[in-house]
Design a protein around this ligand. Structure first.
Ligand code: PMV
Length: 317
């Protein structure tokens, strides 16, 4: 049995793709993977009942191709080649998770990390486990099947947990701030990260000056957010989140449902609220004073027909 975290980006999504920092943390909402060896046709099977998913390795389904990419990367890291690789992996992987799919909470990264861990354990049970850097490198091979151009922030947090500042190509710098109380509201609108990242790329080619200025504002907010977090100024962190939502909306990444969830959270006294992840649907996050306040914000969303959950940002293994 292995696990990985979901994540939420406090500040800096999309800008992080272009080299700006992102302030983000793991949420205490995990995904667990379990390998069960069983004789059969040798085709490794993956089941995620919570997402209605049942695929085989290399099936023509994004999850099947991601699984295949991860198997190959684990094989390369452990120096195990075909046909031994496939023979050793005759069986199935069951995934147990409360993490919603396609909601901006890093579900594909959590899946890729948990698969990388469970497969390396199944292939080399007697060896020392691969270290976090090796696991993250393997998981990114899967994550690239889900998102054409991932920054790596999701995989870094799914692997290590905690709270930190991520810069593409440099990795995650952990921060020692205490975990934050967060309410996560679900719009119910599924979307593909790659499409939204593509939308920003298109905006950059059509209106480079304006789009680059908006990305720079998001990156600067992540830097200021870090400083606010480090001095314990959650009111300022919340204000930065509210402004970041407005900038993300200007970039065309919000929806009317996301805007409504943000407004409802603000009326319920959130210190700040914004869409998180790629946008275009998915989730919003609201910074709360404490766990009870986070739950009260979720109750407000429930009353208007949208599910949500209270969680802690900065969950550590
Ligand atoms: O929506 P998610 O969980 O896939 O997060 C995407 C975050 C982006 O910054 C939009 C893309 C990336 O690769 O960092």
């Amino acid at each position: 049995m292995t696990w990985a975290f979901g994540k939420a980006i406090l500040l800096g999504e999309h800008a992080v793709v272009y080299g700006y920092p992102a302030l983000a943390g793991a949420i205490d909402c995990r995904l667990r993977a379990h390998f069960i060896a069983e004789p059969g046709d040798g085709a490794l099977r993956l089941r995620v009942p919570a997402w209605n998913l049942d695929v085989k390795r290399a099936d023509e389904h994004v999850v099947g191709t991601a699984l295949d990419a991860i198997v190959r990367a684990v094989g390369a890291a452990l120096n195990i080649r075909e046909p031994h690789l496939s023979e050793s992996l005759s069986g199935r992987i069951d995934i147990d998770t409360e993490l919603p799919a396609a909601a901006g909470l890093g579900s594909s990264a959590a899946l890729s990390v948990a698969l990388s861990r469970v497969l390396s354990g199944a292939l080399a049970p007697a060896r020392l486990p691969l270290d976090n850097d090796q696991i993250a490198a393997i998981a990114n091979c899967g994550e690239r099947r889900f998102h054409d151009n991932p920054s790596g922030v999701d995989v870094a947090l799914a692997t290590r947990g905690g709270l930190g500042v991520f810069v593409r190509g440099q990795g995650l710098e952990p921060l020692s701030a205490p975990p934050l109380a967060l309410a996560v509201g679900l719009s119910g609108q599924e979307r593909r990260t790659a499409d939204l990242v593509g939308r920003v790329a298109q905006a950059r080619s059509q209106a480079p000056t304006r789009t680059d200025a908006q990305l720079a504002i998001l990156g600067a907010a992540a830097r200021s957010g870090r400083a606010a977090l480090e001095r314990g100024d959650l009111a300022e962190l919340g204000r930065l989140m509210a402004r970041a939502h407005a900038t993300l909306a200007e970039l065309g990444l919000s929806t009317s449902v996301l805007d409504r969830l943000v407004a409802e959270a603000e009326r319920a006294g959130a210190l700040g609220a914004k869409l998180t992840g790629a946008g275009g649907g998915g989730a919003v996050i609201a910074l709360a004073r404490d766990k009870d306040h986070a739950q009260a914000i979720c109750d407000t969303w429930h009353r208007s027909g949208h599910p949500g959950f209270a969680c802690s940002l900065g969950a550590r293994p």
